[in-house]
Design a protein around this ligand. Structure first.
Ligand SMILES: [Zn+2]
Length: 340
């Protein structure tokens, strides 16, 4: 459903053309966005819960090593792993991967349909910086975010490792080393899929309402992000709250299209989250509505992760497409970055 990008999505009360609106937004939010968003996903508790629930809910026909208690513990541990890469002790790593945790669709949609590959997306945003010079600062790719790109890339790593597992298994060779790789990729993937169910990870209103149109008086305090995803979850949400809300297994057809639809659904819940916040839904013990909303979002993350891990397993059996997408680089070129 890549066509979802042909129709811009705006919150109620937004008027005018896409370009005019985005310029307006850009002026308003320029300064806050110059700082790296505090995108720590669901916090330790939520990310671990998503990863554990997902792997425990895998269908029985995945390899048995994925379902052992040790595997479940490992994948659970890896839920918050990319947030462990955000320490000032590793500043280069932090800077390089922080934009992988979010995407501001409000800006990304200026380029229309998102290309499937990271560098095509970077090129498109860079071109948009030139055609929209007044928005150049906010259209920098690392400010807009790479959420669906890192997810797709890690999912493909998982699928490649599962293909290697099938090959080794067929030859009756030792699969232990590739099993370790599969557990790592599955756990790593879980972090981003979890981030993707958190509505504040796909919106410019990621930490307080920044749109000038705020007729409903949503909070503009820069506290809602951590309050919702970390403090409220840790204090109030248990696996028993989430488990009954796990969606049924849904086959993943095209990973990119299905994952974008999942992110777009999260985006559609941004305003509801602000409404619940206004009703004190996430303060202290919150309200039943706030708790249900949060548990449903965590369940959605776990369900999508389960579906993606299972899809990687199923699709790892597919034959490798034959033929090259583009001619090989001339042998004499010897250019750095050719990948060979
Ligand atoms: Zn994150």
């Amino acid at each position: 459903m890549r066509s979802i990008f042909s129709k811009p999505r705006y919150t109620p009360g937004m008027k005018g053309t896409a370009s005019a609106r985005l310029r307006h937004v850009a002026t308003l939010v320029l300064l806050p966005l110059l700082a790296v968003p505090p995108s720590f996903g669901w916090g330790d508790v939520g990310h671990k819960m998503i990863n554990r629930l997902a792997v425990e809910a895998l269908p029985a026909d995945v390899p048995a090593f994925l379902r052992t208690p040790e595997a479940v513990n490992e994948i659970e541990y890896l839920g918050p792993e990319p947030d462990r890469w955000r320490s000032p002790a590793e500043p280069e790593l932090n800077a390089a991967q922080a934009p992988d945790h979010f995407i501001d669709f409000d800006y990304a949609e200026i380029i229309g349909t998102l290309p499937r590959r990271r560098y095509q997306y970077i090129a498109a945003l860079t071109a948009a910086e030139i055609t929209h010079p007044d928005m150049a600062a906010v259209l920098q790719p690392d400010k807009v975010g790479f959420q669906p790109y890192i997810t797709s890339e890690v999912w493909e790593r998982l699928k490649a490792a599962m293909r290697a597992y099938r090959e080794l298994n067929a030859k009756h060779e030792d699969t232990k080393p590739v099993e370790a790789a599969i557990l790592f990729y599955a756990g790593w993937l879980g972090h981003y899929v979890g981030d993707g169910s958190q509505p504040l990870h796909v919106s410019i209103n990621y930490n307080g309402w920044v749109l000038k149109d705020n007729p409903n008086g949503y909070t503009t305090d820069h506290t809602i992000h951590a309050k919702f995803e970390t403090v409220f979850v840790a204090a109030n949400i248990k696996p028993a709250d989430v488990h009954p809300l796990l969606p049924a297994l849904k086959p993943v057809g095209d990973e990119w299209d299905d994952y974008l639809a999942y992110l777009r659904h999260s985006q559609s819940l941004v305003e509801q989250l602000y409404q619940l916040d206004k009703q004190k839904g996430f303060d202290g013990a919150g309200t039943p509505e706030g708790k249900h909303f949060t548990a449903e979002r965590i369940a959605a993350g776990a369900g999508m992760l389960r579906d993606l891990i299972y899809a990687a397993w199923v699709q790892s059996a597919n034959p490798i497409p034959q033929g090259r997408e583009r001619p090989a680089a001339p042998a004499a070129a010897g250019k750095a970055g050719s990948g060979f």
